[in-house]
Design a protein around this ligand. Structure first.
Ligand code: UTP
Length: 274
């Protein structure tokens, strides 16, 4: 019913320079696992096995990560280190991986639009791998698939953010349906504090219906030349076709150094490391 998950990974990751000069930020590891692997594990847990990446220049390491490395496999075969590859082998066994390039860096909306060739006319999920999410009981995407099954329209993951941070996110206005599920009535990209309709922020998990591609094809870039997914979602929201879901779990903004550090400490406490 929904089995595709798109990972836009074409961004430059300027907040993490110089680490991201020659390496994709999605390959930065939390403990010993790259951010993007956590994202794909979350997708697989939600039943999404068809994984698509929208890549850009300098992102080859991601393709290599989701492929067998025969020399390495041969080298460590039969040693105690094999267990370190168990999770990535599991992903390679159960998922397919496809890639397309975003020709020019024109924003998240443009990156998602570039994914049409991988997705086609089906509902699909989008994961921003630098938003690292740990769900309670179920992963965040699995929770969102449940909401999608109920409402059959686009779903965005949201969380409450401090008021002084609203200018970093897409912020929504809503009608509450349940304690965790809301119908989106308006949304603004990175509003100033006095312009924000609430403190409910969209984070990097979406389920989108395929009409979003048509909308994105006519969505004008903003003043900085970027096509914002928020503006395209607003067109769907005006038809009552976007739900917001306050997920059960935690999210870390691993695209920033403080968020990355917080996630590292959290994972060390929660999972440990030998
Ligand atoms: P960010 O806003 O985090 O931008 O993009 P960025 O370039 O990755 O990082 P900074 O802000 O310079 O440090 C959000 C997501 O959208 C993707 C990014 O890869 C990231 O996953 N993206 C953004 C694209 O794929 N293409 C774009 O043109 C812009």
């Amino acid at each position: 019913m929904i089995n595709k998950c798109l990972f836009p990974v074409a961004g430059y990751g300027t907040r993490f320079l110089p680490a991201t000069k020659a390496m994709p930020k999605e390959m930065l590891p939390i403990l010993n696992k790259p951010l993007v692997q956590y994202g794909v594990e979350e997708a697989l847990e939600a039943g999404l096995t068809n994984i698509g990446f929208v890549t850009g220049r300098g992102k080859r390491a991601i393709e290599d990560h989701f492929d067998f490395n025969y020399e390495l496999e041969h080298q460590i075969e039969g040693t105690g280190k094999e267990r370190l590859l168990a999770d990535i082998r599991n992903l390679i066994r159960h998922c397919t991986f496809s890639y397309t390039r975003q020709g020019a860096m024109r924003g998240l909306g443009h990156a998602i639009h570039s994914g049409y060739t991988l997705v086609g006319e089906e509902p699909f999920a989008v994961v921003l791998a630098d938003d690292l999410c740990f769900g309670e009981k179920q992963g965040v995407l699995a929770q969102m698939v449940g909401v999608f099954k109920q409402f059959r329209c686009s779903v965005v993951a949201i969380e409450e953010v401090p008021e002084e941070d609203t200018d970093k996110y897409g912020i929504i206005a809503v009608d509450a349906i349940t304690e965790r599920i809301f119908r989106v009535t308006d949304m603004v990209e990175k509003p100033a504090l006095d312009q924000a309709p609430s403190n409910l922020a969209i984070v990097g998990r979406y389920i989108l219906t395929p009409d979003i591609f048509e909308i994105l094809s006519t969505t004008e870039p903003d003043a900085s030349g970027e096509v914002q997914i928020t503006n395209a979602l607003l067109a769907q929201a005006r038809q009552g076709a976007v739900m917001a879901y306050k997920f059960r779990g935690k999210r870390f903004d691993c695209g920033s150094v403080p968020g990355f550090l917080e996630a590292t400490n959290y994972c060390y406490e929660r999972f440990g490391y030998e």
